[in-house]
Design a protein around this ligand. Structure first.
Ligand SMILES: Cc1ncc(COP(=O)(O)O)c(C=O)c1O
Length: 398
């Protein structure tokens, strides 16, 4: 009986309850959740403020549609614009929808201001921008597109981190450059120093919009409300989703007033910004948009990163990448899958990307003790795997 379409390769784990950084199933197993619904359960599971906000809002009003004024939507938009460099927000329900909105906004802006020939969007190798046609067309991973062609026209792809090549590809045809400040799905890839600033200059030079896809890096994940705030490069448009609702589906696309090209009838969403989702975002921002909370995220991230870097010294070619609580531990195709298996067997949930990188994205509320606990598993996992690799006979007889 397979009524659910098999679009996911699922692990044989079935959580039915969560508390803080922990997930529980009905068989008495518990798991330390270091992936948080893929960077989404920003406040962990069952956070009292998020639960209360959703419960109370569900009782008052779940949905009414954008046919009407939604005071809570206006309030949350002000919270977001007050905390960022943007003036206006469009609310939707997912990351890919926030990217769709950004693509439409950039093309409409370029069309109105410069004419129909300026529509190209430059994106980067190993990027991930979503599964709908706009997001998928923007995604420079050929394997994800196979069999779904033709893609949307008007995208160009440069190697991630290669400013010189990007420079040769940007011109009067470029409406926007779309980039993740740290690539999440592509392997937790941090661009080289100066890359994002260089893209900013290219956009300024060619009157193109700079769009940061912060679906994965946003809502406090890197220890800043948005990663751009830590980098010091301000984009013109920003997309957000995942952690923004702490698990309640919501997306947002933000921009400055001068680029807000979408008017009535140009774009919309039935569910976008409904009261239930807005109550969740208000609760998440109430916790995350706080300098002390964000400083603690940076501190915990640094502790985790330092310890993983030490551990990586044991594995030739290993590398640790990332910022705040979005960390990739590259262990190579031999070691990574086995350490991943070891973690799973011992109740530590992480995620394997591309067969060679372990991604860690615990709830932002994870405790220092839980970080130490997870590190113990990593240490023994890496030791167990590398010991078997280096000294197979000894390991077998042990
Ligand atoms: C950077 C980025 N953009 C867009 C998306 C798509 O988000 P969603 O799955 O909510 O549509 C993702 C999802 O992983 C992402 O990491």
């Amino acid at each position: 009986m397979k009524a659910v379409m098999e679009t996911y390769k699922r692990l044989q784990i079935a959580p039915t309850r969560g508390q803080g950084s922990w997930l529980f199933d009905d068989e008495g197993n518990r798991y330390l959740d270091f992936i948080a619904g893929i960077s989404t359960n920003s406040l962990g599971h069952g956070h009292p403020e998020l639960v209360k906000a959703v419960q109370e809002q569900a009782q008052r009003l779940i949905h009414c549609s954008n046919l009407y004024e939604i005071p809570l939507q206006a309030e949350v938009a002000e919270l977001l614009t007050g905390a960022t460099d943007f003036d206006e927000v469009f609310f939707c329900n997912s990351g890919t929808e926030s990217v769709e909105a950004a693509i439409k906004l950039a093309r409409k802006y370029a069309h109105e201001k410069f004419g129909p020939q300026k529509y190209e969007i430059l994106t980067f190798s190993r990027s991930f921008h979503g599964r709908t046609y706009g997001g998928l067309s923007a995604t420079a991973q050929p394997a994800l597109k196979e069999g779904f062609g033709p893609m949307l026209e008007g995208f160009a792809y440069a190697p991630f981190g290669d400013l010189e090549t990007a420079r040769t590809m940007v011109g009067p045809q470029t409406a926007a450059i779309l980039v993740e400040p740290i690539q999440g799905e592509g392997g937790v890839n941090v661009p080289p120093e100066g890359f994002l600033g260089g893209l900013r200059e290219l956009c300024d030079e060619h009157e193109a919009l700079l769009i940061f896809d912060e679906v994965q890096t946003g809502a406090g994940r890197t220890g800043h409300l948005y990663a751009y705030q830590g980098v010091g490069v301000v984009p013109d448009v920003l997309t957000s989703a995942k952690g923004l609702g702490g698990g309640v589906p919501v997306g947002a696309m933000m921009t400055r007033e001068e680029y807000a090209s979408l008017g009535p009838g140009n774009h919309g969403s039935t569910f976008g910004g409904n009261p239930l989702a807005m109550a969740a975002v208000r609760a998440v921002l109430g916790v995350v948009d706080n300098p002390e909370f964000l400083e603690e995220v940076r501190f915990k991230g640094q502790v985790l990163k330092n310890a993983l870097e030490k551990l990586a010294e044991q594995v030739p070619g290993a590398e640790v990448r990332g910022e705040g609580l979005l960390i990739g531990l590259e262990l190579g195709p031999e070691v990574a899958p086995r350490v991943f298996e070891y973690c799973l067997e011992n109740g530590l949930l992480v995620n394997l990307i591309g067969g060679s990188t372990i991604r860690l994205a615990p709830p932002l509320t994870v405790s220092r003790t839980e970080i130490r606990y997870a590190l113990d598993f990593f240490r023994s996992g890496v030791s167990a795997v590398t010991c078997v690799q280096n000294e197979p006979e000894m390991a077998l007889s042990a």
